[in-house]
Structures are given as structure tokens and as C-alpha cells.
Design a protein around this ligand. Structure first.
Ligand code: ADP
Ligand code: MG
Length: 594
């Protein structure tokens, strides 16, 4: 087995490595370190998260840098503040026996003057998020004109987060002669183009198969109606007692909402997303590490850098926009030689995405059914029996035993068992005994997403759906999913209220129920994003093609605004058994837009 000693590292680093308890280099370290130490070259390294990329660039950078000089010689760009701090801490540990070597972290949300002061004291290595870096360059607070090495860490994620322009700007302040080392878990075309644009004949290293998820992970998908995502999530959790999971949502809003609902419903859940304060995020992560939180509901960005090893399940509450993101998500489980399951909840229209993911990860999904209420009751019952069997007896009880015996006097063993189990089980049984099947069946007449809407009763008769034209499209960076998110967030409607989103180059179409038309047109009157008018009109052609008619817009007052953040109406109870109940949709109030 290779040892760190054979890679060409000097004693101070080897001593630090031994203090850290690293025994053998990981594959990406074994491949990168000798090359980076021996050659002056650009490098592209692809390796999954958790494979030790920080040391793969950190060790060589530390060794190559002149600690006697105070000039900034190494720059590491990383997508988030958490990663930035994580890398900085790691580098400090690696360089603990090298006198005078300073690593400074710069990132948003903390005092810029304090960071500038630290840089001024001399920082040979700067670890930065792109936004703050650009800011500090602009203010002349940091000089990267003499760097020798630049690392783009988690390059795919940085580009995902829209940092391309910032990175370009930052690199334009660095010398042409520097060497660039790019590290990424995946290689989408954006990363390939950055490598092409900013790097010179990079050496390429790939650990494992390109873009492949860890093979210890089993991938499963569950097809449900769009409105059944949440009950489906609950069932998946209930069918897996002892679950320790990350649940991925696409937006911060969904993340917060799903976490809140789970908490209300009695699960040990927590939310992790960028709108939380650092302190809140630390709290939830600590609780997760201690397994006090069993279901961590997270956005992709916030979940980056979660270094928890024994996650049993990753649940994709919604699929990500980018297929590459799926590999990041599923890579959160099946770590450190353990096996894991990555579950995806999809609507029928999304199943084609599963095919695309299968191609990417070169692994097949298993199509599974959401367990029925009775199946869950069974699982819970056996789980409970096992828990009783394995529970260590608390000897303190001995003192009370005579009294307890008095209370339970006259119950035989069988009755006693039934009663003990019932204490916990009845709660589940009451939930599940009358619920319906959540699996969306082939017989549904509409698209899966809308499968349960056909029989809508109540007081809001809909004259079918209305198709709209909107003057933004793929050129503005939208695809159908992100446009749907944008519309839904802007209008504060449910996801299922916007459908058939179809993006073209410079414009797009979408549908909603007729009842929302006035509100939608009203909202998009004089509506600007970043100074640009966003314009929605009713499309005359229900099929999609625009026939540029003048819009006929009602300018009435919007109705139904209650201004609040609506809590899920059905969060406390299952919807099962209520199907076809009157006014299920019609009576819902919409929060106001402003
Ligand atoms: P990545 O950047 O690839 O996601 P990290 O560099 O953050 O991975 O490393 C993941 C974890 O593995 C860290 O806790 C790190 O300290 C640890 N680690 C890195 N290299 C080794 C090694 N050779 N032996 C043991 N642990 C390691
Ligand atoms: Mg990393």
C-alpha cells in the first residue's frame, strides 16, 4: 500500500499528516500529489465529494509556497463560506509545523475590514468565495497579481451557483504564468469550457468513473401524483424506522416548508439552507451529527460539505435541475464503505429524467411502490417488537416494580404484550388504517403531476386551463423547471398550479387554471426583475405558438391576499380518505404578493 512518505512530501507535512491520523493517501491524493510536487502544470482532477481533495491540492501547495516571503502566492476559490472555512481550517492543520505560513479565509457575511487586516499581516495562501474576493480586489484590499497557484475547488458547484463571471474577473487579476488546479466532483460542459478557457494543457486525473455515483448506493424511484410528494415522503420515512437521511428540495422555500411540516408531524427533522443564520446552521448540523435530527431537509448548496458518514438514505423530494447535482446528492450516502439508498420521488412527467440520470451514473434505478398504510403498520410493529427486545432494562425500575405489578395485576403475558405494543402502535394505525394508495397509476387520465385534480369539486368551477406567454426564455437562463420555480415563487402559488411550462429561446409558455388568470396578469403588470420588464399575457393558442395579440388585461384589485406565509393546510393529517371532498382547492386563500 502506498504511504504518504513515498509521494515526495517533506517532514513538516508528514508530521502533520501523522498528527491528523491519515494513514494512507486516498486515490485522488495518490494521483495528484506527486504530479503537483514534481511538475509545474495545470491540472484537472475529478473525484467525488469526500475523497480527500482538500489535501490533494493543499499538501503540494503548502510545500511549494515560500513561507519566508509574505507575498500572496496561492489562491483557492471555493463556492460557499462553509467550504471556505473548512478548507482554511484543514490547511492550517496541514501547515502547523511550517513557521510563518499564514492562510486567511475571505468570505461574505463577515467583517471585510477585519479580513483585509488579516491579509495585510501577510497571507501566503488566501481561501476565498468568489463574491467577496471580487469585492476585495475592487477595493484594493488584496493583491493576487503575483500568485503562482490558483485552485478552483468544487468548480462544478461554483459554476452552478453562477460564479462564472466573478471567476473570470478574479482570474484576470492574476498573472498568466500561474498554474491552475481545478477540482470538481463532476464534469458538466461548463467546467470543461472553463478548463479550456483558463488552463493550458492540464493534466487530467479521474478517480472512479467520470460522473459516476458511488456504486454502493442503490437508486430507487417512486412515482406519485404531484400533490402527494409530502405524504409519500412521510411514508418512506415511516417505512424505514431508524432512517438517518438528507432530504433534498430544490428551493429554500420548499426546504423550509417540508422541514416545518415534518416537525409538526412529529419527526426529528431540521432545515438547512442559505436563508438561515450561520448559528442556526451550526445548530442543526450539530443536532444532525448527534442523530438528534434524523431527517435533514436541505438545499443542494447548503448540503455541500456535509461530512457525515453513516447517512442511510438520501431522499430526492424533487429532482435537481442539473443531472450532475444528482450525483452530489446520492454521494451523501454510501460513504466510507457503507451501503446507502438514494430515493427519488417523481411525478409521471419526470420519469424521463430518471432515464437521463441512469445514463449519467451508469446504474439502473429500481422502480418501487410507496408502501401502503398496512405495510407501514406491519414494519412499525416488528420494529417496535425488536426495540422492546433490545432495550436494556433500567435497573432503577426495580424499586417501583411492586407497585407496577399491582397496577398490571391480572393481565396475562399475551394481553400485556398487546397493550405495550399498542401504546406506540395505535398512533400509526390511526394514521394509516384508512389511507389510500399513493402510487400514481397508469390509468390516470392526466399527466401524473395533476393526476388527482380531475374530480375537483367545490366552489371554484374552473373553465379549464389557460395558457400564457411570458417574455423570458432559455436565453435568460431558464429551463422549464427553473421557470416553474420562478413563477410559483413570484405568484406564491403551489407548484401544481403552474403546469405545461415550455421554454423557448427568448420566450416561454405555461398554463394555470382559469381561476388564477386575473391574479397572474395583475401580478405581472409593471413587473420588473433587475430592471427588466417581465411581461405575461394570455396566449391565444392553447397549443403554444404565439400569435402576437394585444393583451387584454383586467386591472382589478387582487383578491385573497392575507400577506402571511401560509402553512400547509393538510400538514397535520393525511389527505387519504378525503378525496373528492368539497372545496378542497376553492377555499384556499392565497397570500398576497407583496
Ligand atoms: P472532498 O473535498 O473530496 O469532498 P475532503 O478533502 O473534504 O474531501 O476530505 C473529506 C474528509 O476525509 C476530511 O474529513 C478529511 O480530513 C479526511 N481525509 C482526507 N484525506 C484523508 C486520508 N488520506 N486518510 C484519512 N482521512 C482523510
Ligand atoms: Mg472539497
Amino acid at each position: 500500500m502506498t504511504k504518504f512518505e513515498t509521494l515526495g512530501l517533506d517532514k513538516p507535512l508528514l508530521d502533520a499528516i501523522s498528527d491528523l491520523g491519515f494513514e494512507t493517501p486516498s486515490e485522488v491524493q495518490e494521483k495528484s500529489i506527486p504530479i503537483l510536487l514534481e511538475k509545474e502544470t495545470d491540472l484537472v482532477a475529478l473525484a467525488q465529494t469526500g475523497t480527500g481533495k482538500t489535501a490533494a491540492f493543499g499538501f503540494p501547495m503548502i510545500q511549494k509556497i515560500q513561507s519566508e516571503s509574505r507575498t500572496t502566492q496561492g489562491l483557492i476559490l471555493s463556492p460557499t463560506r462553509e467550504l471556505c472555512l473548512q478548507i482554511t481550517n484543514e490547511l492550517k492543520l496541514y501547515s502547523k509545523y511550517i513557521k510563518g505560513l499564514n492562510t486567511v479565509a475571505i468570505y461574505g457575511g463577515a467583517s471585510i475590514t477585519e479580513q483585509a487586516r488579516q491579509i495585510k499581516r501577510g497571507a501566503q495562501i488566501v481561501v476565498a468565495t468568489p463574491g467577496r474576493m471580487k469585492d476585495m480586489i475592487g477595493r484594493g484590499m488584496v493583491d493576487i497579481s503575483k500568485i503562482d497557484y490558483c485552485v478552483l475547488d468544487e468548480a462544478d458547484e461554483m459554476l452552478n451557483m453562477g460564479f462564472f463571471e466573478d471567476i473570470k474577473d478574479i482570474l484576470s487579476n492574476t498573472p498568466d504564468e500561474k498554474f491552475t488546479w481545478l477540482f470538481s466532483a463532476t464534469m458538466p460542459k461548463e467546467v470543461a469550457s472553463i478548463a479550456k478557457k483558463f488552463m493550458h494543457k492540464p493534466v487530467e486525473i479521474t478517480v472512479g468513473t467520470k460522473n459516476a455515483g458511488a456504486s454502493t448506493v442503490q437508486h430507487e424511484y417512486y412515482q406519485v401524483g404531484g400533490r402527494d410528494r409530502y405524504p409519500a415522503l412521510k411514508r418512506l420515512a415511516d417505512a424505514n424506522p431508524g432512517i438517518f437521511s438528507v432530504v433534498f428540495c430544490r428551493t429554500k422555500r420548499d426546504t423550509q416548508r417540508v422541514a416545518e411540516k415534518l416537525i409538526e408531524d412529529g419527526y426529528n427533522a431540521g432545515a438547512l439552507h442559505g436563508d438561515l443564520s450561520q448559528n442556526q446552521r451550526d445548530l442543526v448540523m450539530n443536532a444532525f451529527r448527534k442523530k438528534q435530527v434524523q431527517m435533514l431537509v436541505a438545499t443542494d448548496v447548503a448540503a455541500r460539505g456535509i461530512d457525515v458518514d453513516d447517512i442511510t438514505h438520501v431522499i430526492n423530494y424533487q429532482l435537481p435541475d442539473e443531472i450532475e447535482t444528482y450525483t452530489h446528492r446520492s454521494g451523501r450516502t454510501g460513504r466510507a464503505g457503507k451501503s446507502g439508498i438514494s430515493m427519488v420521488i417523481v411525478t409521471r412527467s419526470e420519469t424521463r429524467k430518471i432515464k437521463a440520470i441512469e445514463k449519467k451514473i451508469q446504474q439502473n434505478f429500481i422502480s418501487k411502490k410507496i408502501p401502503t398504510g398496512i405495510e407501514i403498520c406491519e414494519i412499525q410493529l416488528y420494529h417496535l417488537a425488536n426495540r422492546i427486545k433490545e432495550t436494556e432494562v433500567n435497573t432503577e425500575i426495580d424499586n417501583y416494580l411492586p407497585a407496577i405489578n399491582d397496577v398490571l395485576d391480572g393481565l396475562d403475558r399475551e394481553e400485556l404484550i398487546k397493550k405495550i405494543v399498542s401504546v406506540e402502535f395505535t398512533r400509526f394505525y390511526n394514521y394509516y388504517s384508512k389511507t389510500r394508495d399513493l402510487n400514481s397509476s397508469e390509468g390516470d387520465r392526466d399527466r401524473g403531476e395533476r393526476s388527482d385534480r380531475g374530480s375537483k369539486g367545490g366552489d371554484a368551477p374552473s373553465n379549464g386551463s389557460v395558457r400564457y406567454f411570458i417574455n423570458v426564455g432559455e436565453r435568460d437562463g431558464y429551463d422549464w423547471m427553473s421557470l416553474k420555480d420562478f413563477l410559483r415563487d413570484t405568484l406564491n402559488l403551489e407548484k401544481e398550479d403552474i403546469f405545461n411550462v415550455d421554454t423557448k429561446d427568448s420566450f416561454s409558455f405555461f398554463n394555470s387554471d382559469a381561476q388564477h388568470t386575473e391574479f397572474i396578469l395583475q401580478t405581472f403588470t409593471e413587473f420588473k426583475v433587475k430592471g427588466r420588464f417581465i411581461n405575461v399575457e394570455v396566449s391565444k393558442d392553447p397549443g403554444g405558438a404565439r400569435k402576437g395579440k394585444k393583451r387584454d388585461r383586467k386591472r382589478g384589485h387582487r383578491k385573497g391576499g392575507d400577506g402571511g406565509y401560509r402553512k400547509g393546510g393538510d400538514s397535520k393529517s393525511f389527505r387519504g380518505g378525503k378525496k373528492g371532498g368539497s372545496g378542497r382547492r376553492g377555499g384556499k386563500k392565497r397570500p398576497g404578493f407583496y
